[in-house]
Design a protein around this ligand. Structure first.
Ligand SMILES: [Zn+2]
Length: 427
C-alpha cells in the first residue's frame, strides 16, 4: 500500500475535473497483485481510513493521471523534425527509409528502449503505437513495454503496395504474421494488439479485406490506421477506391470500422463520415502538432462534438513534433481556435487535459481502467512540479482557479514539469 499526500487531479464520469488542493491517493495491489487506486479524494475526508500507515508527503506537487497517447509511431522516433513538402513527400523521403532499418532486431530493440524512456520522461503511461511492417519490430516494442510493466498497444504495419522495397510486405504473409502476433502478445500482461493497415493507399483491397476478417475474428483487438489527413491523400484514395462513398467509407467497406478502431487525423471528413464514426463507435486520434507541422489542416472540434463521435489527443511522432502532452494540448488549442476554415472554439484547459487522459482512455475502450485516478483504475500517474521553471512557478502561483492553473501548465509545460512517472507494477 502506498499513500500519497499532495494536490490531486482526476475526472468524474462526465469528464469534469475534480481537484483537491490537499488530496490523498492510496494505491494498493488487487487480488492479482496489480497496483490499483484504492482511494482518492480530500485528505481530510479519507486519511482516517489509513491511520498509522506511512505517507509520502509531496508538498507543492500535483498528482495527475498518466497521459494516454492515442497515436504514435515508435520507429519514427529518429526522424522527428524532418521537414518536407507535405505528407506524401515526407513518407517517401524520411519515413520509409527509416522504417526499413527495423528489419534488424538490434535496431528495433535499441529504439524501443529509448522510445519508452522518452514516453515516461514526458508522463505518457499508455500509447497506441505503430511499429513497422517487420513483425520483429512489434516484438521489440512489446518486449520492452512488458519489461517496464507498461500498458501499451501496438501492431505490425500492413502495406503491400505503393511502398518501396524494405517496407512493403506480402499480402498473405502479412495477415499470417498479424495473426501470430495477436496470439503472442494480445492480452499478455498489460499489452494489446492493434491490426494496423498504414492507410488505404498502401494496402491492396485483398489486404484490407483480410485485415477486416482478422478484426471480426478478434473483436477485442484494436484497429489503427490513418484517414483524411491531407487533400492530396484524399484525392489519391478516391482514384484507388472509386466505389467507396468516401475515404473513411473505404475502411467501413472492408469491416474496419468498429469499437476499438482508432483513426488518426480525421480532418477532411464530411457530415456522413462523422455520423459513420459515431454509429460504428470508432474513435479519432487528433494529432495537432503533426497537422500543423505538415500543413495538413485543422481538426473540427465543434463538428466532432455536434456529431458526438469519440476522439482523444495524440502526438503522432514523428510527423508530430513533440512527445510532450503539454505541446500536444497547446497545439490542440491552436487548432481549435483556428476560425477561417471552420468554427473557431476555445477549448477549456480541463477538456484538453481530459482528452489526453481519461477521455483518450474512454475512446480506446479503456475507460475506468487507465487515464484516471478514481478507485479501481490502474495506478499509473505523474507527479507534476509546477515550480519546475521560474516562469511556471511565477505564473502558476498567480492562477486564480483550476482552469488557469491547468492552462498555465499546458502553455508553459514540457518534460521538466513531469517530476516523476509512476507505473502500476504487478507483484
Ligand atoms: Zn501517424
Amino acid at each position: 500500500m502506498h499513500i500519497y499526500r499532495s494536490a490531486l487531479l482526476r475526472f468524474d464520469a462526465q469528464g469534469a475535473p475534480l481537484y483537491d488542493e490537499d488530496g490523498l491517493l492510496a494505491i494498493a495491489p488487487d487480488a492479482e497483485g496489480r497496483q490499483r487506486v484504492q482511494a482518492a479524494g480530500a485528505w481530510q475526508a479519507l486519511h482516517g481510513q489509513f491511520a498509522g500507515q506511512p505517507v509520502t508527503q509531496l508538498p507543492g506537487r500535483i498528482l495527475a493521471p498518466g497521459f494516454v497517447d492515442m497515436h504514435i509511431h515508435f520507429p519514427q522516433t529518429d526522424i522527428i523534425g524532418s521537414p518536407a513538402e507535405g505528407l506524401l513527400p515526407w513518407l517517401e523521403q524520411y519515413t520509409f527509409p527509416e522504417e526499413s532499418r527495423f528489419h534488424a532486431d538490434t535496431h528495433g530493440a535499441q529504439v524501443a528502449e529509448f522510445f519508452i524512456d522518452e514516453l515516461l520522461r514526458n508522463g505518457v503511461t499508455t500509447a497506441l503505437a505503430f511499429a513497422t511492417s517487420h513483425p520483429q519490430s512489434v516484438d521489440a516494442l512489446m518486449r520492452e513495454a512488458q519489461r517496464r510493466s507498461l500498458r501499451l498497444i501496438c501492431g505490425k504495419v500492413l502495406q503491400d503496395r505503393h511502398s518501396p522495397d524494405g517496407v512493403r510486405d506480402a499480402t498473405e504473409q502479412s495477415l499470417l504474421d498479424s495473426e501470430s502476433l495477436i496470439a503472442r502478445w494480445h492480452g499478455v500482461d498489460r499489452l494489446g494488439y492493434a491490426i494496423t493497415p498504414r492507410f488505404a493507399p498502401t494496402s491492396t483491397p485483398e489486404q484490407l479485406r483480410g485485415a477486416g476478417e482478422l478484426a471480426a475474428r478478434h473483436p477485442d483487438v484494436w484497429i489503427q490506421s490513418h484517414v483524411a489527413e491531407n487533400l492530396d491523400e484524399v484525392r489519391w484514395v478516391r482514384e484507388l477506391f472509386p466505389r467507396s462513398r468516401s475515404y473513411l467509407a473505404v475502411y467501413d467497406d472492408f469491416g474496419l470500422m468498429r469499437e476499438r478502431a482508432v483513426y488518426a487525423h480525421c480532418i477532411h471528413l464530411d457530415e456522413a463520415d462523422r455520423a459513420l464514426m459515431r454509429e460504428r463507435e470508432a474513435a479519432a486520434a487528433v494529432s495537432p502538432t503533426s497537422n500543423l507541422f505538415l500543413g495538413s489542416g485543422f481538426f473540427d472540434f465543434a463538428q466532432a462534438d455536434a456529431a458526438g463521435f469519440r476522439y482523444g489527443l495524440a502526438s503522432d511522432v514523428g510527423g508530430g513534433t513533440s512527445f510532450s502532452p503539454f505541446q500536444t494540448m497547446m497545439a490542440a488549442y491552436y487548432v481549435g481556435r483556428e476560425g477561417q476554415n471552420k468554427e473557431g472554439v476555445s477549448l477549456p484547459p480541463s477538456t484538453l487535459w481530459w482528452r489526453h487522459t481519461a477521455g483518450a482512455a474512454k475512446a480506446l475502450g479503456l475507460g475506468g481502467v487507465i487515464g484516471n485516478l478514481q478507485p479501481g483504475c490502474e495506478g499509473d500517474f505523474v507527479v507534476l512540479n509546477p515550480q519546475a521553471t521560474p516562469l511556471l512557478a511565477r505564473r502558476t502561483a498567480q492562477a486564480r482557479n483550476l482552469e488557469e492553473l491547468l492552462f498555465a501548465m499546458i502553455v508553459l509545460g514540457d518534460d521538466r514539469l513531469i517530476e516523476n512517472t509512476v507505473i502500476s507494477q504487478a507483484k
